[in-house]
Ligand binder design. Structure first.
Ligand SMILES: [Zn+2]
Length: 207
């Protein structure tokens, strides 16, 4: 049995679980989605949002890509953001980075070629002058990954979708989280942003 076939087989257990939940919970799910959180995470197979955050179906609206990025020039990210904020009306946007991130390693060493090149170059550009914050860092990949989370949150804060929501007086918190593969903990890197003014440490160049 291949890895993919195992997943199909395991789905039978999920079906049993789905059929065993209360009728009201099932009715909620079938009636449409009302997630409170838009989660932007890395495609890395070791950081599945629902598993590490203990979320149930219906709780997270998710965008995953290489390096948990939300560049304004990426139509996929901007479409997901627009839908999450303007249609679903989420109250929180979480950008979640993680330790040992291959995308960040690539951004620091720039070995990418082919289709990956443009994407990784964008991540690298978002990190800015790496020598400034990597100096003395005990874990350069982690330091850069945390920096990347701050960059993405800063970018989100500058988008028309988020600005319009804030201007309308809606509650919308932008959060930067970090997941440690070693101990499985999620931590919040800085206080949530609730207005256009970026706190110190987030004033990176918005590209
Ligand atoms: Zn990653």
């Amino acid at each position: 049995m291949t890895g993919a076939e195992k997943l199909l087989h395991r789905n039978q257990g999920w079906v049993r679980r789905m059929l065993s939940v209360s009728p009201s919970v099932r009715a909620d799910i079938l009636g449409g989605q009302h997630p409170a959180v838009f989660w932007i995470g890395c495609s890395d197979s070791r950081v599945p949002p629902e598993l590490i955050a203990g979320a149930e179906p219906g709780e997270l609206f998710v965008l995953r890509n290489i390096g948990n990025a939300a560049p304004p020039e990426d139509p996929s990210a901007m479409a997901a953001l627009s839908y999450a904020v303007e249609t679903l009306g989420v109250s929180d946007i979480v950008v979640c980075g993680h330790s040992d991130c291959g995308a960040i390693k690539a951004a620091l060493s720039l070995p990418a070629a082919g289709p990956m090149e443009t994407w990784i170059a964008g991540l690298r550009a978002g990190l800015g002058d790496v020598s400034a914050f990597l100096e003395g860092a005990s874990d350069p990949v982690r330091a850069a990954a945390e920096r990347n989370v701050r960059t993405q949150v800063s970018r989100l804060a500058a988008t028309p979708s988020v600005r319009a929501r804030w201007a309308a007086g809606a509650v919308l918190r932008l959060r930067g989280w970090f997941y440690d593969l070693v101990d499985g903990r999620l931590i919040e890197l800085f206080p949530p942003l609730t207005a256009p003014t970026l706190p110190q440490g987030l004033a990176v160049t918005v590209t």
